[in-house]
Structures are given as structure tokens and as C-alpha cells.
Ligand binder design. Structure first.
Ligand code: ISJ
Length: 185
């Protein structure tokens, strides 16, 4: 892992950079308001799609998160968590691919119910929790043909993504979101 201009990245991952490290010209104006919005993306997509919104769960299973995810969540190299991958479908089109990492140690006590989350939106639970705190965003320009993106969503284009950690009663989890080619707010 390298420290570059106080931002961290790894060769085998997108170059996630703290958004404060990017100049205004580096972040397209069209996507900037969406990438840096501190509110619930779910709620904003519901509004933008006139309520024609649903969560399509692609995968939800216990796995060892990627190295940069473990580092961001301060997880040990052998620690596991629930990896949840979904498509956020608006007006019948996949606008966002989201990957969330819920460390095992965060899924105890009152957050235990997150283990059973199915096609209800994670955001609704996060933003309804009065203890919720959100760290700053890292953003990345991602190759649309990257294997990080589900095969049927890949495209020969540069896609913008963001990720951030949430803390509920101090317990961490992280959410990363990539805006797909069909994204047309
Ligand atoms: C964090 C949020 O939750 C959204 C819903 C997700 C899910 O249901 O898995 C994942 C990422 C988010 O886009 C949000 O609404 O901002």
C-alpha cells in the first residue's frame, strides 16, 4: 500500500482517493453532486425514479473482504464479514452497483438484524439509526471493464465510484457504490 499525497491506493484496486485530494476539474460536474451527497443514495434514487425503485441482491455471503476494505475497516487479515452486492434498479434499469462490507464484529448485539437483510435497502436502516456517523468519501474513476464490476454490467467506459465507512454505535461497516452506464437521473 502506498501513501501518495496523503491518499492511499493499491495497484490491484481502483485508485480510491479521498475526494478532498481531487481538484474540481478532476471530478466531472455531472456526477459530482451524486458522488459527494451525504444523504441516503437510496432515498435520492427513489425520488429521481419517481418511486420506481428496487434492490436486486446479487450476492450476500460470509467472505474475507479485499485488502483495501480490511484496511479501511481496520480488520485483521483473517477476519470475515458479510459481503453484500446489489444492483439499485431505477425505472427497470441498473443505475448503481453497490458492495457493502459488514464485519462480523459489527454484527453483534443490536446490529445483529443486519445479518438477515435481503432486498430491503441497507440505507434505510443506516440512516434511521440516530447513532449513525459517516466518514468522508473516497472516490475513484473505474475502468468499466474491471472485474470488480459484475460481468453483465461491464462497459467500455470510465465509471465513477465512491466508498465510505459508516459507524453505528461506533461499530464500522463500509459501502461502496459505482454509478453504472444506465444511470440517468
Ligand atoms: C448506504 C445506502 O444504502 C444503499 C443501499 C444498499 C443496499 O441495500 O445494499 C447499498 C448501498 C447504498 O446505495 C444509502 O441509501 O445511501
Amino acid at each position: 500500500m502506498y501513501a501518495v499525497r496523503h491518499c492511499r491506493y493499491q495497484p490491484d484496486e481502483p485508485q480510491w482517493r479521498d475526494h478532498r485530494c481531487l481538484t474540481a476539474s478532476e471530478l466531472p460536474q455531472s456526477i459530482r453532486p451524486w458522488l459527494l451527497d451525504r444523504g441516503s443514495l437510496t432515498a435520492r434514487l427513489v425520488r429521481a425514479s419517481g418511486g420506481d425503485f428496487r434492490v436486486q441482491v446479487l450476492e450476500q455471503s460470509w467472505q474475507r473482504p479485499r485488502l483495501t476494505e480490511r484496511r479501511l475497516l481496520e480488520m485483521g487479515d483473517r477476519e470475515q464479514g458479510i459481503i453484500r452486492e446489489v444492483l439499485l434498479i431505477c425505472r427497470g434499469e441498473p443505475w448503481v452497483y453497490a458492495r457493502s462490507v459488514l464485519p462480523a464484529r459489527s454484527l453483534e448485539g443490536r446490529l445483529r438484524h443486519l445479518r438477515k437483510l435481503r432486498d430491503s435497502a441497507l440505507g434505510a436502516l443506516l440512516f434511521s439509526d440516530p447513532s449513525m456517523r459517516r466518514a468522508s468519501y473516497e472516490v475513484a474513476a473505474i475502468d468499466g471493464l474491471s472485474p470488480l464490476i459484475p460481468a453483465d454490467q461491464q462497459a467500455d467506459a470510465t465509471l465513477w465510484g465512491r466508498r465510505s465507512c459508516f459507524y453505528l454505535s461506533g461499530l464500522p461497516l463500509m459501502v461502496s457504490e459505482i454509478f453504472l452506464p444506465a444511470f440517468r437521473p
